[in-house]
Design a protein around this ligand. Sequence first.
Ligand code: UT7
Length: 398
Amino acid sequence: MGARGPRSVRITGWGRYVPERILTNADLEKLVDTSDEWIVSRTGIRERRMAAPHETTATLAAIAGKRAIAVAGLEPDDIDLILVGTLTPDYWMPATAVLVKEAIGNTRAVAFDVMAACSGFVYAYATADAFIRSGVYRNVLVIGAELLTRFLDFSDRNTCILFGDGAGAIVVSASDEEGGGLRGMELTTDPDGAYMIWLPSGGSKSPPSHETISRGEHFVRMEGRETYRFATRTLATSALKAIERAGWKLEDVDLLIPHQANVRIIESVSKGLGLPMSKMFVNVDRYGNTSAASVGIALAEAVDSGRVKIGDKIVFVAFGAGFTSGAAAVEWTADPVNGHRADSVVPEASVRAPLDWDSVDPIPERLRALLASREGPQVPLDDVVPGEPEPVHRGAPA
Ligand code: UT7
């Protein structure tokens, strides 16, 4: 543990990973009463990613994390603290960050999860900054990772069209150089929204049982319109507060990287702030809403696509269940060219499975039927985690 704080706290690495399999609006038309036209016009989403059976939140997080570490020019063991923002952990316990630590080959970090729903990445970034600024740690790996397709009711058109899987990561480091990095931050928590986006069962209030499952209480529920209203208002006010704390004016901002929930929300924030859409980063059309992963994926994509250069003033802003919101005004200091270092990281991660337990098929039944109908032979949709023990409790293989 160090005692003295650094001169500045900077983002030195970034990385993202999304699963290969694409789930299009046309696919969802086969599952629920919806249309590509409705989804595109109401949300801007055209497709989202869906994790393969052997992937979990920890494997997605580990790949994005390894890429961010490579881009920062560090080794996994240089990381002192690993924070994973997620609302779709591999297990209730241990924390997903613990599994990520082992999967990336780190032997010395402290690791824990940050649960702030879609604001998780920004909350974790704020936590990383505080630990580094106080002199406790020097290098922190911040990851937002979600595997939402396993928590959705694919017969509920209000939710299943919105969300997707993926992970985004950054390395946040102490710097002996003056200036740059995080300049202003705003976090809010508003319990009025506690039941606007929620997952009813599985916790102490309603432990899982046959009954909770038959009621579908293990799936995400959402009041779309209320959430929409909160989102448009809070994204703008939180972003403005962070900009003000940084001592910037709105017109100084080069790029705003908002949580990717709905392009109409992003357009409304653009209008409300008077910041042109050319300064708003949008990729919701390709990934849908990836919750805590969304800002991290968007940031890495923005840097790698040449939208960010050294000295740029950028703002991350997210909102989500709780309601929570978080905004960060950041002066970019890393050379975007370093992004190519991520190419050396293979998109694979292995998370050790327990020895005396095998998991059941993780793919929701309706998705499984859809995938079986649209494609020819493929890997069996049961647990195919490399190295996982042979199933013992199932009958004939699927
Ligand atoms: O990370 C935070 C997570 N959540 C969000 O950010 C969500 C914020 N909310 C939204 O993005 C929007 O409210 C939605 C995209 C969820 C819904 O859009 P909307 O324009 O607010 O639609 P609505 O809920 O007012 O529904 C309009 C109509 C309804 O039919 P009636 O009652 O007018 O007959 C819905 O039943 O659209 C119907 N509808 C659909 N129709 C076709 C709802 N979902 C669908 C669907 N396909 N998937």
